[in-house]
Design a protein around this ligand. Structure first.
Ligand SMILES: [Zn+2]
Length: 544
């Protein structure tokens, strides 16, 4: 029984069904849960049909967001749907495990009336004799009962047993009290507990122990201590599922397998994460000087083992570093942004230290906005205030800016939200536009006491301190000032990006909307998870 759950964020790619089939085979998985599939309808069905499961239950994506697919093998699972919604599926499933139960049920010898000598499992640790003792198969008689192997005095007929069974089995039988008419009837007991009573715990333990143990590297990733998102990345690395250009060309997604950074080598995983001149420069800033040689001279597999088995600081840093190298690579490829090796390695160290600091303090957040700055969460406004979170967004590859914002009350309830597609302007403009739109909506809805949170330090500083009249943002700052005067109380707060997730998601959404401002009287489904996290005060790690 193996279940795989994957937040796959899109199941539409050509290679997707074959990835699922690979995973299925590799893990002997018979139940798949795929989240954020982003495809629906007949196209979704077409994709699922290629995955090779005979049963499924699906909540379709809404447009290009959401989507939950559950797929399973009906030979193994018997599943009922209890409840469903756009955001969840509640299933009740029984996994066929009868074979395992049967294999661990053992007959306790009583009067000998029910146990068949050859076919039943009645000798501890030996199993049933017909399966164990194949060399004597020609003399087994399935109708033999235990009493057929007793002598006249009611004891085991050792000589007869020796004629048909190997010595070690005979010795085991000799230790079992022979059947007798004075005893109660033969009965079945659970072989894994001392009292013969079935328990889930022992059954589970047994299933776990007898399952093929995954290789060491899976175990290492499983127990690795570091940010969860990085663990997911490690998982992809050990499965060769990182879409480097080598992998993309293997899947016929491109014909160019060169490293996008140095253009001198193929972009294999090891090149990208270690051997590229850029990666080397990052690592050289991180590795202790005496470790450099062994670090750069191993296969991918050995390299991962070497580093993931290191002390907790290094193994955490290693994971953070390789996932950051992938992140920097994508920044370069998709946005044309370059993170130089010095600031890259600095970010990696800072992130690792923050994680470990939090991990050692046992994830006990102090008040809400932790002074160390490493634990961050959205905080509800005081009773009389309405909180407005705003954000701007810039997609370099599309040369497009967008903004978004959300109003919530002291109970964390969503009041109204907005997203705007701004066209081609600077990120600073986008941040300020978010505020201007937000203030305008506040005025029309009578939100007189407002707390405005933005993750742009520059925007907040501009508003608090003003800008020179010649600054390209001056007209917007002016707007902000005029609008603010029409409200009773407005306070300006800078928050970290991680505490501003909802606004950030709305701003990103803005890119896909027609040019102009769009107001959402009820919350769009794609931000509901972030809203919930904020509402229940989910702690977010800095950089998560
Ligand atoms: Zn390279």
């Amino acid at each position: 029984m193996n279940i795989i759950s994957w937040n796959c964020r899109g199941a539409g790619s050509k290679a997707f069904p074959s990835i699922i089939r690979d995973l299925r085979q590799e893990y002997d998985a018979n139940f798949f849960i795929l989240l954020e599939t982003h495809v629906s309808g007949p196209r979704g069905k077409q994709i699922r049909d290629k995955m090779g499961f005979d049963k499924s239950f699906v909540v379709d994506a809404m447009g290009h967001s959401g989507g939950i697919w559950c797929l399973w093998d009906s030979a193994v699972w018997n599943v009922d749907v209890v409840d469903q919604d756009r955001q969840y599926i509640h299933l009740k499933g029984i996994c066929s495990s009868w074979e395992n139960v049967q294999a661990n049920c053992i007959w306790r010898v009583g009067d000998g009336s029910l146990i068949r000598f050859w076919d039943h499992y009645w000798i501890p640790d030996v199993g049933n004799l017909s399966a164990t003792v194949n060399q004597v198969s020609n003399i087994t008689n399935s109708s033999d009962m235990l009493t057929d192997f007793l002598d006249v005095s009611g004891q085991w007929d050792i000589r007869k047993l020796q004629e048909v069974l190997p010595e070690d089995v005979v010795k085991r039988i000799a230790t079992i009290s022979p059947p007798s008419p004075w005893k109660e009837a033969d009965h079945i007991a659970w072989g894994l507990s001392s009292d013969g009573q079935f328990s889930i715990k022992t059954a589970y333990q047994n299933l776990r122990d007898t399952q093929a143990t995954p290789n060491k590297i899976f175990q290492l990733v499983w127990t690795w201590k570091g940010p969860e998102r990085v663990r997911t990345f490690l998982w992809l690395v050990i499965h060769n599922a990182i879409l480097t250009n080598v992998e993309r060309s293997r899947r016929h997604l491109t014909t160019d397998n060169a490293c996008p950074r140095c253009r001198q080598h193929e972009e294999s995983i090891l090149h990208l994460l270690r051997d590229c001149s850029y990666a080397r420069r990052v690592w050289q800033r991180l590795i202790p000087a005496n470790g450099i040689h062994s670090f750069f001279n191993t296969s991918l597999h050995d390299w991962l083992i070497l580093n993931l088995t290191a002390n907790s600081y290094w193994s955490c840093l290693f994971g953070v570093a390789i996932s950051s190298l992938w992140f920097f690579r994508n920044k370069l490829v998709f946005k044309g942004e370059i993170v130089d090796a010095a600031s890259g390695s600095y970010q990696i160290q800072a992130r690792t230290k923050e994680f470990l600091k939090v991990a050692t303090s046992n994830l006990k957040p102090k008040n809400n906005q932790d002074t160390s700055g490493s634990i961050i969460r959205w905080v509800r406004p005081n009773g009389e205030y309405i909180k407005l979170n705003v954000d701007g967004s810039w997609f370099a590859h599309r040369s497009n800016a967008a903004c978004g914002g959300v109003f919530r009350d002291s109970a964390g309830r969503y009041l109204i939200g907005f997203a705007g597609n701004l066209g081609n302007c600077s990120i600073m403009h986008a941040e300020l536009w978010a505020i201007v739109h937000g203030l305008t909506i506040a005025i029309t809805h009578g939100y007189q006491n407002l707390m405005v949170e933005s993750d742009s330090v520059a925007a907040i500083n501009f508003i608090k301190n003003g800008s020179s009249s010649g600054h390209h943002c001056a007209p917007l700052i002016q707007d902000v000032r005029v609008l603010t005067e029409r409200l009773k109380k407005v306070s300006w707060i800078h928050v970290f990006r991680e505490a501003n997730t909802v606004a950030d998601q709305l701003a990103k959404k803005g890119h896909d909307l027609p040019l102009g401002l769009h107001i959402f009287d009820s919350s769009p489904p794609d931000i509901s998870y972030a809203l919930l996290c904020d509402c229940i005060g989910t702690v977010r790690l800095r950089g998560s």
